[in-house]
Design a protein around this ligand. Structure first.
Ligand SMILES: [Zn+2]
Ligand SMILES: [Zn+2]
Length: 412
């Protein structure tokens, strides 16, 4: 499935200069006032498609859910994944198109803000309804059912498409043309449930709350770093929140630090508290040593979006290794890959990662649906990789990520 990022017309929250954002942008650097702002994610972003005719302001904004994410399905013999990028009408309607088609890719959107006049129709289908429809469409009928399924790294938003009434016809505001269909006699725009566009977009200055220094990061980074006081910050409840972080020291040239979430989590149904437990659960060819019972087990999940196959492989490899390297609690002085997968999404992937390494599958798989994951502490750790030809190699653990796989993950 071809993937894309939405472009959004906006203006600098400080000086009002025009800006175009991509939907994954979080750190916005204004070339005019030079102020860096951080866009705080709310429950879900709402956008509107522009009117072709700027003079129309009596709009009927019809909602579409927009969803992008990877559906993972764990089977005893394999983990399947499917990348999904869809739009689907938020209100069942036979008059209007079921999906947005290509219009959200071709046009620049705007944030739906209180300044827009018109009627915003309230979706009566929830995102879960849409995902149910989608999952059903993608699940092979009659074949084995997966033990568990999970969406990982998803983005959900609502895109409003404008329509208006003229000469007893419904006009598509994007094309400024009447829709081809005859309206039913009882068609009445007053019958739709509407909501007021009281949604706001919150930007906060990208300044370290501890020392006042400018925070740094890539434009799509969900975690910002302070190189002055060596702290890391993520948005949480509309504020910046300090998180634990560090890196594994490494010397040499051509290094790229990739971020990982190290997560302590309680797993029900299976004993998985220590390294000794892991050796047993993953059926590793090792003789358990007494001291391994004292080593606390943690999940290691990439903190960046990556194509499904590579994502699960890296998570499993690092989780099986349980690196115990010394951690430097500073911002590394080398290239760093941005955090693009929030810890919440990493936690959602834990069960799929677990399904990938537990052995023998016939013993453990029946337990999977009932297993509950209760996350505890987490740490953001930057792990050094060396650029070699087309790959990035982790020198100590000999793990590889294809560089082009990393580059093409921007649209996931
Ligand atoms: Zn500005
Ligand atoms: Zn600071």
């Amino acid at each position: 499935m071809k993937s894309f990022n939405i472009s959004i017309d906006h203006s600098c929250p400080q000086c009002g200069a025009p800006a175009v954002l991509e939907e994954t942008d979080r750190l916005i650097s204004c070339p005019y006032c030079r102020v860096n702002s951080f866009l705080i994610e709310d429950a879900c972003f709402r956008y509107i498609l522009p009117h072709k005719n700027k003079d129309i302001n009596s709009s009927l904004y019809f909602p579409y859910w927009r969803f992008k994410g990877t559906l993972f399905s764990a089977y005893p013999d394999k983990t399947d994944y499917r990348f999904i990028d869809i739009s689907h009408q938020g209100i069942n309607s036979t008059i209007l198109p079921v999906s947005l088609g290509f219009r959200s890719q071709a046009l620049k959107l705007k944030f739906a803000l209180p300044e827009y006049e018109g009627k915003f129709l309230k979706p009566d289908l929830s995102l879960d309804d849409i995902l149910c429809i989608t999952e059903k469409r993608f699940c092979a009928k009659g074949s084995d059912q997966p033990a568990i399924q999970s969406f990982i790294g998803e983005t959900a938003s609502i895109i409003y498409s404008p329509y208006y009434l003229k000469n007893n016809m419904l006009w598509d505001g994007v094309l400024d043309k009447p829709i081809g269909k005859v309206l039913p006699k009882d068609f009445d725009t007053n019958l739709f449930v509407t909501e007021k566009p009281e949604w706001t977009i919150k930007f906060i200055p990208a300044i370290c709350p501890d020392c006042g220094w400018n925070l740094s990061g890539e434009k799509d980074s969900l975690v910002l770093l302070c190189k002055n006081c060596n702290s890391a910050w993520r948005a949480n409840f509309k504020k910046l929140e300090k998180i634990n972080f560090g890196y594994f020291p490494e010397t040499g040239k051509d290094l790229l630090f990739l971020p990982f979430w190290q997560i302590k989590a309680a797993v029900s149904e299976i004993a998985l508290d220590s390294y000794a437990d892991l050796v047993k659960t993953a059926n590793l060819p090792k003789v358990v040593q007494k001291s391994w019972k004292e080593i606390s087990f943690k999940f290691w999940i990439p903190a960046f979006k990556l194509r499904a196959k590579h994502f699960i492989r890296l998570a499993t490899q690092f989780t099986l290794v349980q690196p115990l390297d010394e951690i430097t609690k500073k911002v590394p002085d080398a290239a760093m890959h941005p955090v693009t997968l929030p810890v919440k999404e990493a936690i959602e992937s834990i069960k799929i990662v677990l399904a990938d390494f537990i052995k023998p599958k016939k013993d453990y798989f029946p337990l999977l649906p009932d297993i509950k994951i209760t996350p505890g502490n987490f740490y953001l750790l930057y792990i050094p990789f060396k650029k070699e030809c087309f790959d990035l190699i982790q020198p100590k653990y000999k793990m590889a990520v294809n560089e082009s796989a990393l580059k093409t993950s921007e649209n996931l």
